[in-house]
Every structure is written in structure tokens, then in C-alpha cells.
Design a protein around this ligand. Structure first.
Ligand SMILES: C[S@@+](CC[C@H](N)C(=O)[O-])C[C@H]1O[C@@H](n2cnc3c(N)ncnc32)[C@H](O)[C@@H]1O
Length: 531
């Protein structure tokens, strides 16, 4: 099926720095989408039942012309802890799935930004917006300066400001031509870029570069975000960055996106937030860590009782501890040191596989499959098991494409990819809130893998790649297609929350896929009746 082709070469987008390429784009406004979080899901750790307590803020004033594109229902306010942020105005609400953004925002990366300064003129509102972006240059320690210096070197080469052996006076003259009075002036821009740039992604969340949007950059971080930054309609003339509310936002509530992948455990989220953004996160999710009753799915074990779907929290104290299943109460004795060793080993394998995924994808796949056998007590949502399964899913999809379109080897890989994808989805459901774009895309990936044709569907019942307690028995024939259709239905329901009205380009694609699949299923029914 042609839809399957779109899965190839896809890489899950991770929020975070990437200085790979330069893009610009504009924004198409998305309108209100009706809907709310289903009650049965509002207990999920990532879907707060009530609005978090609001901190003290004061209004932030700026020159006329600046942030002109901020919609009427939002305002810029300042808090002591986080600095500026974007808030819903008193008396206003934002509906889940609504675009809280920022039409007309240009998306530029660093090189273009430098040239833009000359083109726009320093006095222009657009350039003022860039200069208003937070620079952390004064707060960086020597270690944090290093990546910035490397970026600076690459940039001056790229701009041809300072090729090798250029006399300092010549470098200074070229910098001045571009509007920078010194290297420090340029470094300030780099710091602004580092603190305020976004991952630029395609409508299906493949990472393709970096975007700058001074207005969206005002938004503060939470590991339990109420909004997301996406590019739902692509990057062309009609596409661009949009900020979409994941749930209804109340008057006075701050718009919050996550700067990091919320599937990561707190220690890694904190590290990234400290290293790149220089702050300690005190969001609702991070605060939950003080609640000893709470089991974080990112660091949980699976219940050891067969058939039980409960989780057990990993102990924090050293030594051997007895932990209890959240559902059936089964108890298990675990050694903290041995669990930590497991995680460290799996993390090393994951990093190695990430490093060689393009140069030696077979070896990367082999490494990941081997470590899965050692990883059985961990929940599917736990780090780094979920990340291992995500990478493995991608490598299996790529491997399927390297084979002829029929044959038992391809069938086997396809079955492994579909099984892996089901495991990934199950893990993601525990860590991403309702409507999160990453989960919406995973529904589509899993559905496409299930609908891909096999040459011998009836013989391929169970994957042999996964350890027994991870192995899934996926249905075959019409039941497989029905399962795929159910996943597409879930995607249709959730995509508008993460990508705005209609679910963006992916949402449209899903409608077409579902229509074709329904037709195929009804034909099977017809054949069944005739038999
Ligand atoms: C992209 S900027 C956000 C806008 C920024 N507050 C301003 O005034 O321009 C990122 C910076 O905002 C601050 N910030 C964002 N979210 C925060 C949070 N949850 N807690 C503390 N500081 C935060 C940090 O200084 C961070 O480096």
C-alpha cells in the first residue's frame, strides 16, 4: 500500500537544539476546534484534572509594533521565577485544539537571522523582537560556553566573515558590515538562538532543522505542557509554526510548552533544561516526584504477575527494597544497584545504536534486539526501553524497504515492525497526554504497519524477535485490518488536539487511509458472504 512508503526514513522529532539547516515559513491560522479531554483519561499524569495554581505575574510593556501578531486573547506577562511568558487574558479562554499562535511568524535559522538584520534594519520591529529574545550569555559557565563557541566558529565560516588567516581588522570590518560591533555582539545573538530556537519538523514530526519565532519563544516550559509547537501544514508558503492548545485554557492561565521530550525521566529532563536553558524545573510533573506514592511510568517496572497490567515504582534508596504492584498488590524484591546497572547498560546500547543507525543499520538493530532480552522487568513506558523500541521500530521499517516487496524475510520484518510499533504505542500512552502530536503520529504509524500487505499473512502469527513476555500476537486477515481501522479512528480523534483543526496534513491523510481501508474491509465481508 502506498501509504506505507511515507513511514520510510521517518525519524521521531525530539524537541531540542539542532543547528542543521535553515528554513523560513509563514503561518496559516487555524480556527477553533470543539472538543475536550475525555473524563476517563483525565487521571493520566500528563492530563491535569484542574488548572495548576497560578503564580504572581505583572504585565509586560513593549513598544508599539513589537509582537503585533499576538492574538487579542493572549498577553505577555512577567513572573519573578520564569521571566516573560504568554498568558490567556482575563475573561478569555482557549479551547483545546485552538491555535494560540502567532500567524505571520517568520521561521528563520541563524544564518538567515544574521542577514535579516541588514535587510530589516536594526530599528525595525522585527529585529527588535529578535533582540528582545532572552540572552543568557552572562549566566553561562565556561563549560556551557563551549558549544556556543563551536557554533560561533561554524557561523563565521559559513558567513565567510573569518576564513583562515584573516587579519582581525578584516574580521571586524566584515562583522560591522553585518551590523555587529564585536564578536561579543555576535555571541549574544548565538545565545539568544540557543535559548529560543525550536526544532523544525514536518507535519509528521520528522526533524528537519531549526526555527526561530521571537513571539513563540516567549512561552515558558512545563514538563506537563498545555500546548505544543508544531508545523501541521508543512513549511511552504501556507505552512509554518503554530502553537496549539492541548486542552482548554482558562482566563489568566499561562501557555506552556515543553522544551524537552516529556517521555524522558526527570533527571534527564532536568539536565537538558539546566544545560541549555539554565533553570531548575518546578512544574507540576516535577513536583510529583516529592509524592512518594506516585509511580512515574518513565521509571517503573512491570508487575511480575502474568496478565497484570500494573506498574511498580523503582526504589530510590540504596540496597534491596520490596516494591508493590499498583493494581494487584504483588510484591517484588529489587536491588537498586542492579536496576541502575541495567538502565546504564541499555542506555549505552541505545547511544551506540543511535550513533551507527545510518552507517550500519543491521548492527544497530541487532544491538537493540539483544538488549531487549535483558530488559524484561521494565514497563514499556520506562526509559530507556521506550526509546529503544522507538529506534528499533524505525530501523525495522527501513529494513523492510531494503527488501523486495514480497518474500518471507520481508514478512518477518514487517511482523516485527508491527509488533514493535504496538509496544511503542502502549508505552507512549502512559507518558504523553491525550492529543499529544507524538502519540497521534504513533497511532498512524501502527495503523499503517498493520495494513501493509504480507505475502503469506496466515503463517505469520508471532514475532520471534521479542522476548516471550514482550511478544505480541497480532491478528491476521480481516481482524488485522479492523485493528488498523480502530487505530486510524483514534488518530482522527486525537490529531486535532495536537495539530489544530483537521489534524493538519496528517489528519487529512488519515481520512483518506481510513476511507480506503473501510472499502477494503467491506470487500472482505462481501467475499466472506459469497463463500
Ligand atoms: C524561550 S525563553 C522563554 C521566555 C523568557 N522567559 C523571556 O523572558 O524571554 C526560555 C527561558 O525562560 C525561562 N523559563 C522558561 N520556563 C521556565 C520555567 N518553567 N521555570 C523557570 N524558568 C523558565 C528560562 O530562563 C529559560 O532559559
Amino acid at each position: 500500500m502506498s501509504s506505507f512508503a511515507a513511514l520510510r526514513d521517518k525519524r521521531q522529532a525530539r524537541q531540542g537544539p539542532s543547528f542543521a539547516s535553515v528554513y523560513s515559513g509563514s503561518v496559516s491560522p487555524s480556527t477553533d476546534v470543539k472538543g475536550s479531554v475525555p473524563a476517563e483519561l483525565s487521571d493520566s499524569d500528563a492530563t491535569p484534572r484542574s488548572v495548576p495554581a497560578m503564580e504572581e505575574t505583572k504585565s509586560y510593556t513593549y513598544e508599539t509594533g513589537v509582537y503585533d501578531e499576538l492574538p487579542d486573547f493572549l498577553e505577555v506577562r512577567e513572573s519573578k521565577k520564569k521571566g516573560r511568558g504568554i498568558y490567556v487574558k482575563q475573561g478569555m479562554t482557549v479551547k483545546a485544539g485552538e491555535d494560540c499562535s502567532l500567524p505571520g511568524e517568520a521561521v528563520r535559522a541563524l544564518g538567515r537571522l544574521v542577514w535579516a538584520r541588514k535587510r530589516l534594519g536594526e530599528g525595525s520591529a522585527s529585529w527588535k523582537e529578535v533582540e528582545l529574545m532572552q540572552s543568557d550569555i552572562e549566566r553561562l559557565n565556561p563549560q556551557q560556553h563551549e558549544p556556543l563557541s563551536l557554533l560561533g566558529f561554524a557561523l563565521v565560516r559559513y558567513l565567510d566573515i573569518s576564513p583562515q588567516d584573516t587579519p582581525p581588522a578584516e574580521t571586524a570590518r566584515k562583522l560591522k558590515e553585518l551590523g555587529f560591533s564585536s564578536i561579543r555582539d555576535l555571541t549574544n545573538l548565538l545565545s539568544r538562538f540557543q535559548t529560543n530556537s525550536f526544532s523544525l519538523t514536518t507535519p509528521d514530526l520528522t526533524n528537519v532543522g531549526v526555527a526561530i519565532s521571537p513571539l513563540a519563544a516567549l512561552i515558558s516550559h512545563s514538563c506537563m505542557p498545555n500546548a505544543v509547537v508544531v508545523f501541521p501544514t508543512g513549511l511552504g508558503r501556507r505552512g509554518g509554526l503554530e502553537v496549539i492548545a492541548l486542552r482548554d485554557l482558562q482566563p489568566g492561565e499561562e501557555v506552556l510548552t515543553s522544551y524537552v521530550d516529556i517521555a524522558l525521566p526527570r533527571s534527564l529532563r532536568w539536565k537538558e533544561l539546566k544545560d541549555r536553558y539554565l533553570f531548575d524545573c518546578e512544574c507540576v510533573l516535577c513536583e510529583k516526584h516529592h509524592d512518594h506514592e506516585w509511580i512515574d511510568p518513565r521509571e517503573a517496572l512491570r508487575c511480575s504477575k502474568k496478565g497484570c497490567k500494573g506498574k511498580m515504582g523503582t526504589p530510590t534508596s540504596l540496597g534491596t527494597t520490596e516494591i508493590t504492584c499498583s493494581i494487584c498488590g504483588t510484591k517484588l524484591s529489587v536491588s537498586t544497584a542492579s536496576l541502575q546497572e541495567h538502565v546504564k547498560l541499555a542506555e549505552d546500547v541505545l547511544h551506540k545504536a543511535e550513533a551507527i543507525q545510518f552507517s550500519d543499520s543491521d548492527k544497530a538493530r541487532y544491538l537493540l534486539v539483544s538488549i531487549l532480552r535483558d530488559f524484561d522487568p521494565f514497563a514499556l513506558s520506562a526509559y530507556p526501553l521506550l526509546q529503544i523500541l522507538q529506534l528499533l521500530q524505525q530501523l525495522l521499517i527501513t529494513a523492510v524497504f531494503d527488501l523486495p516487496s514480497t518474500g518471507t524475510e520481508r514478512d518477518g520484518l514487517l511482523q516485527d515492525a508491527a509488533s514493535c510499533s504496538a509496544l511503542v504505542l502502549s508505552g507512549m500512552e502512559d507518558v504523553y497526554p491525550y492529543g499529544h502530536p507524538s502519540k497521534g503520529i504513533q497511532y498512524v504509524t501502527s495503523a499503517k504497519l498493520l495494513m501493509a500487505e504480507m505475502s503469506a499473512p496466515m503463517t505469520m502469527l508471532q514475532s520471534t524477535t521479542f522476548p516471550a513476555d514482550l511478544a505480541l500476537t497480532l491478528p491476521t486477515g480481516i481482524n488485522r485490518l479492523s485493528m488498523s481501522l480502530e487505530l486510524l479512528a483514534k488518530a482522527t480523534e486525537e490529531l486535532p488536539f495536537g495539530f489544530g483543526k483537521g489534524g493538519g496534513i496528517v489528519g487529512k491523510d488519515v481520512i483518506l487511509l481510513a476511507t480506503g481501508l473501510e472499502r477494503e474491509i467491506s470487500m472482505w465481508g462481501g467475499l466472506g458472504k459469497r463463500r
